[in-house]
Design a protein around this ligand. Structure first.
Ligand code: GLC
Length: 504
């Protein structure tokens, strides 16, 4: 019998992640951890987040010792333990609800590391985090009803929980949701070229932290296998990953678990993204005063030191510079032709793979008056850019959700996107007479399809009535977290019910 909970019962929710804004943010994951936990708290839940304490987090205010000298087993034969601390950050948000973040402290694995990712011992760092969270919950008064585990790094957690902690009176009651923000990463190895002898089918126990076999454990597969529910960050991506093309080798196992795979679209934080009140932008504006955006466009041109020109088609790229984001489509001449043939400018903000950084740097060097490039992350610049740019280019190879297209639309910048994942769920292609259009969409992952989409956008940009209508429709779309948080609420309840029924 399926036992249902009273609808209004508030839940204790713990997100375990590698990033949470403002403490550690590399990409969209950090923003989502921050704003989704906040949105769940606004619904009355008690949602908290736990991440490692990296070097950059330093001595921030409102962080206090919660548990000193936590001994985390390494599972080696000698019974070695790693000594960690847990620190806790609490601060009242504008709505008066507490947002709590826990940090797992360890000098060697976290506090001496300036970056979130990219170390040879990353699997040890993440397995330690997963094990550390569970050891902490054993001694903590606050125990969540559900743990939401994000991406491969936290895939070890449901595995430990369902095996080593299965009999633990407190911990065995916790249900798990495995949240996939990116199927492309599964471990520090390249899952596409794994040797048969190193293939991880997910059934063996997680090796000891100092066992070299840990390096080949597929955290993503284990997260999928051992969690009660699996979710991804958009409905389209949740369907795509069950197919070979997007499945990254996980399609079969996801199809097997189809009845517990969900897709909930991310939202954006309207507290931060508000064109009426954003302190980061030169000129605030509303949907009814879009002409004010012109000051912001000029501000962008000044910032990047490109030609000041109000009529030019100003296109932005704000992105992690990785293969996922579709830059390979631009490298074989398309962007150069567009810049040469059209009255167009390009500004780029982001960092990532060397070849893309080099490409954008070269493009800038070739036409400094038309191309601006800032090749490092900047948390504030995206808001300035979307407050004045005309279009944003997001031709992703795959896109679990994507936040930039929503941020851009909310500020009146029109997205040009490939029809995949969350981009397909949020951008409605323009054709004459379609009052719902919010951008330009192309389907096939090839350079000519991208070219056609940019040219279509450029031509329609010349007609101010069409463009204004697109901007207004885009700005009026609701991308706030409210709807998605309610969907998560249902998912959380379902996972708790399922876990209880399973345990009985
Ligand atoms: C990852 C995905 C991106 C998504 C973000 C937050 O960075 O690549 O599509 O928006 O996670 O869920």
């Amino acid at each position: 019998m399926i036992r249902m909970f009273a609808k209004d019962k508030k839940r204790k929710i713990l997100f375990v992640s590698t990033e949470v804004d403002p403490f550690a943010k590399v990409g969209g994951l950090g923003s989502v951890m921050h704003s989704l936990s906040k949105a769940l708290n606004a619904l009355g839940h008690d949602a908290r987040v736990m991440i490692p304490r990296y070097l950059d987090i330093g001595n921030m205010e409102n962080i206090h010792m919660e548990y000193e000298g936590l001994l985390v087993p390494t599972d080696d034969e000698e019974g070695t333990e790693i000594v960690c601390n847990v620190k806790k950050y609490t601060k009242n948000t504008e709505k008066g609800k507490p947002t709590t973040v826990y940090f797992l402290e360890n000098m060697e694995y976290y506090e001496q590391r300036a970056n979130v990712y990219g170390y040879a011992d990353d699997p040890i760092r993440w397995a330690l985090l997963c094990r550390g969270v569970l050891e902490f919950l054993k001694v903590s008064d606050w125990v969540p009803d559900v743990i939401i585990c994000t991406d491969w790094q936290i895939g070890f957690l449901p595995n430990y929980l369902k095996t080593m902690y299965q009999e633990h009176p407190k911990l065995s009651k916790i249900s798990t949701i495995f949240s996939i923000h990116n199927l492309g990463y599964q471990g520090t190895f390249n899952h596409k070229y794994i040797q048969e002898s190193e293939y991880d089918d997910g059934h063996s126990p997680v090796p000891a932290l100092n066992d070299p076999r840990l390096m080949h454990i597929n955290g993503l597969r284990r997260g999928i296998m051992y969690s009660d529910i699996i979710n991804t960050v958009s409905p389209t991506y949740s369907r795509e990953i069950m197919e070979g093309e997007y499945g990254e080798g996980m399609d079969a196992i996801l199809r097997e678990k189809k009845s517990v795979v969900y897709g909930i679209l991310n939202g954006i934080d309207y507290g931060m993204w508000n064109p009426l009140r954003d302190p980061m932008i030169t000129q605030t504006f509303s949907v009814d005063a879009l002409e004010k955006r012109m000051d912001n466009k000029v501000a962008i041109q000044q910032y990047f030191n490109i030609e000041e020109n109000k009529d030019v088609f100003l296109v932005a790229i704000v992105s992690r510079l990785t293969t996922q984001k579709g830059f390979d489509l631009m490298m074989d001449g398309v962007l150069r032709s567009l810049l040469q043939e059209l009255n167009m400018q390009l500004v780029v903000v982001g960092e990532g793979e060397e070849k893309y950084m080099k490409f954008f740097q070269e493009l800038h060097d070739e036409s400094p008056e038309r191309v601006g490039a800032q090749l490092h992350f900047d948390h504030e610049l995206p808001r300035k850019i979307f407050s004045g740019a005309d279009a944003v280019l997001i031709p992703s190879l795959f896109e679990p959700s994507g936040l930039t297209q929503m941020e851009a639309m909310h500020y009146g910048t029109i997205p040009i996107v490939r029809k995949t994942g969350g981009l397909a769920d949020t951008v409605i292609d323009y054709y004459p007479g379609n009052a719902k259009s919010t951008g330009f969409v192309f389907e096939k992952f090839d350079a000519s399809s991208l070219l056609i989409a940019v040219v279509r956008a450029y031509e329609n940009f010349q007609n101010k009535t069409i463009w204004r209508k697109l901007q207004k429709t885009a700005m009026r779309r609701d991308f706030s977290w409210e709807y998605s948080a309610r969907e998560y609420d249902k998912l959380i309840r379902a996972s708790i019910t399922m876990h209880q029924n399973y345990a009985e």
